[in-house]
Design a protein around this ligand. Structure first.
Ligand code: PEP
Length: 250
C-alpha cells in the first residue's frame, strides 16, 4: 500500500507573516502521517520560520528548488545542505516552470535529485508534457525521456523513496484539470517507465502524484485512481482552509 502524499507548491507567493500564519492555522488540523503525508513547498526564505512554527505537528516543509552543489561560488543559489540543515523534508525538482523559464534539463534535474539524497532530502521530481507535445502525439516520448533522464543512475531504494509528480503543463494554473481517466493512464505510463528502468518492485512502491488544477472539489476523483498516490497542488494550497479540505478528502 502506498501512502498518499499531498504537497502544496506555493511558487513565488505570500509574505513571511502570511506564511507563518498559514502554518499556525493548519498545523493542529493536519491528519496523522499514518494516513497521509502533508507538505508545503514554500519559498526558501520562509523555510526556517515555517519549520519552527510546524514543530511537533505532522506538517512537513519542502523547498521548491535547490542547486546541485554543496557550497561554493554560486551567487544567488541555495544548496541542499542549507535546506536540509533547516529541518526541511522535501524538495520539488524539475517543475515545469523551472524547465520553461530557467532552462532546466533532465541531466541537471538528475544531478539535483542525486544531491538531494546525499543530504537526506526527499525529491519530488516533476514531469509532464505541453499541450503541443500531447496534441502532436509525443506524450509517451516526452514522459519517457523526462522519467529516464531525471531518475538515471539512482539506486532501487532511492527510487522507492522519491516521489514523482506527473503534471501536464497545460493543466498547471489554468483551471483546466486533466480528466481523471486521462490522469490515471498518464500516471500508469509513468509507473511503467519506472518499471522498465528499475523493475516491478520499485514501480509498485514509488509514489506518483497528479498535479494540475487540483482543488478540494476534484481531488477525490484523482485519489480514487489506482496509479495516483497524491497531488502536487499550486493555487488550492495557498489558503489554509482549502489545503485542509484537500487533506480531509483523503
Ligand atoms: C503546480 O504548481 O505544480 C500546480 C499544479 O499548480 P495548480 O494546482 O495551480 O495548477
Amino acid at each position: 500500500m502506498r501512502k498518499p502524499i499531498i504537497a502544496g507548491n506555493w511558487k513565488m507567493n505570500k509574505t513571511l507573516s502570511e506564511a507563518v500564519a498559514f502554518v499556525e492555522e493548519v498545523k493542529n488540523n493536519v491528519p496523522s502521517t499514518d494516513k497521509v503525508d502533508a507538505a508545503i513547498g514554500a519559498p526558501a526564505v520562509f523555510l526556517a520560520p515555517m519549520v519552527e512554527a510546524a514543530k511537533g505537528s505532522d506538517l512537513k516543509l519542502g523547498a521548491q528548488n535547490m542547486y546541485d552543489k554543496d557550497s561554493g561560488a554560486y551567487t544567488g543559489e541555495t544548496s541542499p545542505a542549507m535546506i536540509a540543515d533547516l529541518g526541511v523534508t522535501y524538495v520539488i525538482l524539475g517543475h515545469s516552470e523551472r524547465r520553461e523559464y530557467f532552462g532546466e534539463s533532465d541531466a541537471f534535474i538528475n544531478s539535483k535529485t542525486k544531491k538531494a539524497f546525499e543530504h537526506g532530502l526527499t525529491p519530488i521530481v516533476c514531469v509532464g508534457e505541453t499541450l503541443e507535445e500531447r496534441e502532436g502525439g509525443k506524450f509517451e516520448e516526452v514522459i519517457k525521456t523526462q522519467v529516464e533522464g531525471g531518475l538515471a543512475d539512482l539506486s532501487a531504494d532511492q527510487v522507492k523513496q522519491l516521489v514523482i509528480a506527473y503534471e501536464p503543463v497545460w493543466a498547471i494554473g489554468t483551471g483546466k484539470s486533466a480528466d481523471e481517466a486521462d490522469a490515471q493512464s498518464s500516471c500508469k505510463y509513468v509507473r511503467d517507465v519506472v518499471k522498465g528502468l528499475y523493475g516491478e518492485d520499485v514501480a509498485a512502491a514509488v509514489r506518483i502524484q497528479y498535479g494540475g488544477s487540483v482543488k478540494p472539489e476534484n481531488i477525490k476523483e484523482y485519489m480514487a485512481q489506482e496509479d495516483i498516490d497524491g497531488a502536487l497542488v499550486g493555487g488550492a494550497s495557498l489558503e489554509a482552509a482549502s489545503f485542509l479540505k484537500l487533506l480531509e478528502a483523503i
